[in-house]
Design a protein around this ligand. Structure first.
Ligand code: 8DG
Length: 133
């Protein structure tokens, strides 16, 4: 039986309705693919706490749980794990997203989202997000 891997992911949406995507850096698994910022839950963390922490670590922005709205989730085999990944939307944060971990960042329009190369789990999420925005 595969072990559950819990990852929280976030679509940051700017005032023009564009979405911030991050490119996984060299050296990480799935390097080069575009993903939603976020990461694994640490022990005892809620998904919202994990996202607030990851957005600070990865992008140097501040937000809070009340600014995170869950919109969809992915459930997908990932190597020896089974990935369970809630996707949140966030429209309110402080600071300018800055790549703190060597990742490339790109603001994309909803229509561009589904043509980016993404992890398998993200494809249905990207389509749902595009249809929602
Ligand atoms: N953040 C994020 N991870 C994703 C997405 N899609 C997807 O399959 N994943 C997978 C890739 C990784 O196996 C896992 C997230 O782990 P990670 O390595 O990026 O997160 P982390 O920063 O907590 O990890 P670490 O490097 O500190 O160990 O989830 C996505 O859209 N966003």
């Amino acid at each position: 039986m595969a072990k559950l891997l819990l990852v929280a992911a976030c679509a940051l949406i700017d005032r023009d309705g564009r979405i911030l995507m991050a490119r996984r850096p060299e050296g990480k698994d799935m390097a080069g693919l575009w993903e939603f910022p976020g990461g694994k839950l640490a022990d005892g963390e809620t998904p919202e706490e994990a996202l607030v922490r990851e957005l600070k670590e990865e992008l140097a922005i501040d937000t809070e749980a009340s600014c995170l709205a869950p919109i969809a989730f992915a459930s997908e085999a990932l190597g020896e794990f089974h990935l369970l990944m809630p996707l949140y939307v966030c429209r309110k944060w402080q600071g300018m997203p800055t790549p703190e971990e060597g990742q490339e960042l790109k603001w994309v329009r909803p229509s561009e989202l589904t043509s980016m190369e993404m992890p398998a789990a993200d494809r249905p999420l990207a389509a749902q997000l595009r249809d929602m925005l």
